[in-house]
Design a protein around this ligand. Structure first.
Ligand code: MSP
Length: 651
């Protein structure tokens, strides 16, 4: 990794196809990039962290046609699903690029013109097999049983004139570069895949599509009858987001330190992108990390298999940090892993509730009891340094883990420290020390070091679980949040100020009991049944008639909190709610029982249509309507990223 690049760090995710429904696989890559970005910030780096959406191509054009809307209107609507999910997952990206952004299109066209002027792009007639869904040409020998080698679908023979990028001339130096730079393609095991690809003759790359066949793309600057091939367009996002090809003008972030991608798109990054950069005269990225896939029952998650794990629902059920933790703890980052809710609940109960939650709860309650809720004094002696030494010795291993993106090893190492903290309490038994005068002398240093270990853990888990980290620091009375702490503060220890008053915080990671687990499973089963049904109607298009601002202002929308929730007898859909809207409590009957259990709703913030005329549903009066959206029958309640006061008006 290039840590010397003037203290700047650049990490990217793939830009996701806008027509896909965001699923846990997409979240995995983005969370992984977020973790390294946050870690680098803790180390004082200036971080540029890019994600975005890939918005051109045949599939988008087709979908827009079916909906009878302009492709631009279609992608404007769709891309927000990714943006919103990243906000929910607490992703700290510094930019979100869309391939339909003017800034992107401009740079793509500049690059194309430049390569064309220098003879790196030429026109030729081409005959080959074309896979429409993948938008890729294949040669006869690439085909598997006459079908597309990538997706297995049928291919069409196409003969046409197209533009080609001279990729074939680049094999030699690229092979040498891969061999001489072990960290260029990570993990090591993926290197051979790329070398294998390069050992066969490397052809030139067809980078255009005739407009007659596909109009939804960036027009070639030198021939208006063609648009740019989606991959040639998409890969350039990593440069266009920086604003310029010129290092001096782009803030000095290039070359990227890490392109994090799934293993499915390693070749396009390692070969297409590297050769494109070389002919543009730009350095190639320091590292491309290809991670494994999340599968469900052994099959890759995909929209067409109707087996995607819906991340919004998981967040509702388990919380953001539990999922961030699970995804990166469960499997080595380079390898595939099979997703199961059982495994997720297992991790929440053992690692989060039993180990971390326990350390936090015990520490906070003992300091309250023995020291009046104030951080005690560690005293002058170093007789209590063993816990401090445990942490200091873990740090080099953790840093190394980040260089290799071995997230699961980093977390495993941090959890050994959590265990060390719990063991320290067991061995020192503060409750016994409290009983005698002699013991009381040791009590303060023992409790100081316990609390300090918790502060150190909060800093260490910050990249993975930013919200939890913040909450722990709040409870310890530390001001300024995790980003104000540094990794060095772990070796230096003594970060807590004696005498600081601890604060009340959220209850973190309550255990998921068996009874609850069953309910959760039922909710998930219901959701996956809905998910298994192919989409029959799409609500993306067909907007209702326009209304005026006066019409909008007639709606009185208020923030409320659910106080009580119970199923309406004999109804599969209805739940009766008591909703506090600040100035009064309303009874509301909501049709959300197929997606929510009453227990999940208590304490949740909602948005209520507060001036709806009361109506009776199954004989029960409903005094308002709760706002929610739905996707294939899965209902998702509307809410806000931050708590707002009860009764606040929503406009
Ligand atoms: N648009 C291209 C990328 C262009 S980058 C210049 C694309 N988009 S995608 O929407 O299909 O996203 C692919 C990426 O999503 C994968 O590389 C991976 O990062 C992530 N994942 C998609 N499905 C996944 C799993 N089932 N498991 C893990 N990650 C997966 O390809």
């Amino acid at each position: 990794m290039q840590d010397d690049k003037r203290n700047k760090f650049y990490v990217t995710t793939p830009i996701y196809y806008v027509n896909d429904v965001p699923h846990l696989g997409h979240a995995y890559t983005t969370i992984a990039a977020d973790v390294i970005a946050r870690y680098k910030r803790l180390n004082g780096f200036e971080v540029s962290f890019l994600t975005g959406s890939d918005e051109h191509g045949q599939k988008v054009q087709q979908a827009a046609q079916e909906l009878k809307v302009e492709p631009q209107v279609h992608v404007d609507r769709l891309h927000t699903r990714f943006r919103d999910l990243w906000t929910r997952f607490n992703i700290s990206n510094t930019d979100f690029i869309r391939t339909t952004d003017e800034r992107h299109k401009k740079i793509v066209r500049e690059i194309l013109q430049n390569l064309f002027d220098r003879g790196e792009i030429y026109k030729d007639s081409y005959e080959g097999w074309y896979c429409m869904p993948d938008e890729r040409f294949w040669t006869e020998k690439d085909l598997v049983d006459g079908n597309c080698p990538e997706c297995g679908r049928s291919v069409d023979k196409i003969k046409e004139h197209n533009y080609f990028f001279k990729m074939g001339q680049h094999a030699e130096w690229l092979i040498e570069h891969i061999q001489a730079n072990p960290s260029f393609i990570q993990p090591e095991s993926r290197k051979n895949e790329v070398l294998g690809f390069l050992s066969k003759p490397l052809g030139d790359l067809c980078i255009s599509r005739p407009k007659a066949r596909l109009a939804w793309g960036i027009p070639l600057p030198f021939d208006d009858d063609y648009v740019t091939y989606v991959w040639f367009d998409a890969l350039i996002n990593y440069i266009s987001a920086l604003g310029s090809q010129d290092d001096a003008k782009n803030g000095g972030f290039w070359p990227a330190d890490f392109h994090i991608v799934g293993k499915d798109i390693l070749t396009t990054h390692a070969v297409y992108w590297s050769t494109m950069l070389k002919s543009m005269g730009l350095p190639i990225p320091s590292s491309i990390f290809a991670h494994g896939w999340w599968t469900v029952n052994g099959k890759k998650m995909s929209k067409s298999l109707h087996n995607v794990v819906e991340p919004n629902l998981l967040i509702d059920l388990f919380g953001v940090d539990a999922i961030r933790y699970f995804l990166l703890r469960e499997a080595p980052f380079g390898q595939d892993a099979d997703f199961s809710h059982k495994a997720l609940i297992g991790r929440i109960n053992s690692d989060l509730a039993n180990n971390l939650g326990n350390l936090l709860n015990r520490t906070v309650s003992m300091i309250k009891r023995y020291h009046d809720g104030k951080i005690p004094d560690p005293g002058e002696t170093n007789a209590f340094d063993s816990l401090k030494d445990d942490f200091a010795s873990a740090l080099p291993e953790i840093r190394k883990g980040y260089d290799e993106l071995s997230y699961n090893k980093i977390l495993e190492r941090i959890w050994k420290l959590v265990d060390a903290g719990n063991k320290w309490i067991d061995v020192k038994a503060p409750w016994n020390l409290f009983k005698t005068d002699e013991g009381k002398k040791e009590l303060a240093p023992v409790m100081y070091h316990t609390a300090e270990s918790l502060r150190a853990i909060a800093v260490l888990i910050y990249p993975f679980m930013p919200h939890t980290s913040e909450q722990i620091l709040i409870q310890l009375g530390v001001e300024g949040g995790p980003e104000k702490q540094s990794l060095d503060s772990i070796t230096n220890w003594y970060g807590l100020k004696p005498g600081t008053e601890m604060q009340k915080g959220e209850r973190l990671f309550p255990r998921i009991e068996e009874k609850q687990e069953q309910k959760i499973q039922e909710t998930l089963d219901a959701a996956s049944k809905n998910n298994a049904k192919p989409k029959t109607d799409s609500k993306d298009g067909g907007l209702a008639d326009p209304i005026s601002i006066e019409d909008v202002m007639k709606l009185d929308l208020r923030i409320g909190k659910i106080l009580e929730a119970e199923k309406v007898k004999k109804s599969k859909k209805l739940i009766k709610l008591k909703v506090d809207i600040g100035f009064e409590v309303r009874q509301v009957v909501a049709g959300i029982a197929t997606s929510y259990e009453p227990e999940m709703l208590i304490g949740r913030s909602i948005i209520l249509v507060a001036n709806l005329k009361p109506a009776k549903l199954m004989g029960i009066e409903s005094q308002g309507m709760v706002l929610a959206g739905s996707d294939d029958g899965q209902i998702v309640l509307a809410g806000f990223d931050k708590e707002l006061p009860l009764g606040a008006r929503v406009k």
